[in-house]
Ligand binder design. Structure first.
Ligand SMILES: Nc1nc2c([nH]c(=O)n2[C@@H]2O[C@H](COP(=O)(O)OP(=O)(O)OP(=O)(O)O)[C@@H](O)[C@H]2O)c(=O)[nH]1
Length: 141
């Protein structure tokens, strides 16, 4: 690996696939955020020494004011954006208390899994969405 690649910023992000009544929660990044106006799964950067599940629980309280239960992981996805790389660690989750309140995002929507790709997602999310759609299509048999 060259010095340049070693110095490239790589962020590790836990993200929540929050399910309720067969729908999944998506959140729109606000115009002031990095990757503005792209849809994403709520979550954020894992802090030093923090577990992925603990990160998710913290981020969901900070971003949306909800407490969640963290369930099974899906496959982590790594993506190169201009200027940085990200690895996303997705987990199936459900809300155990609180109402979704937008503290950082500009919009939130509950989507059916089959219609998720009608929105413009952050590029790194695409493999996660495809895996999730297969999982849920399989669950319906
Ligand atoms: N939470 C979340 N972040 C994602 C997703 N997909 C994706 O590429 N990301 C990227 O992962 C990073 C998450 O960082 P973050 O939300 O904690 O922080 P940020 O860059 O918005 O702001 P900050 O650096 O001021 O904390 C962002 O660069 C974001 O663009 C996703 O589905 N959920």
């Amino acid at each position: 690996m060259s010095d340049r690649e070693e110095q490239r910023k790589h962020v590790h992000v836990a993200c929540a696939i929050v399910e309720r009544n067969g729908l999944v929660l998506s959140a729109l990044r606000s115009a002031s955020m990095n990757l503005p106006l792209r849809w994403e799964f709520p979550g954020g950067k894992i802090e030093p020494g923090e577990g992925r599940e603990d990160c998710l629980k913290r981020e969901l309280v900070e971003e949306l004011g909800v407490e969640i239960e963290v369930g099974s992981p899906l496959t982590p996805a790594t993506h190169s954006y201009p200027g940085f790389e990200v690895t996303l660690y997705p987990f199936l989750c459900r809300i155990v208390s609180g109402e979704v309140t937008l503290y950082e995002h500009s919009e939130a929507r509950w989507l059916s899994p089959a219609r998720m790709l009608e929105l413009e997602w952050a590029d790194a999310d695409l493999p996660i969405i495809l895996e999730y759609q297969q999982l849920r299509a399989g669950a319906r048999g």
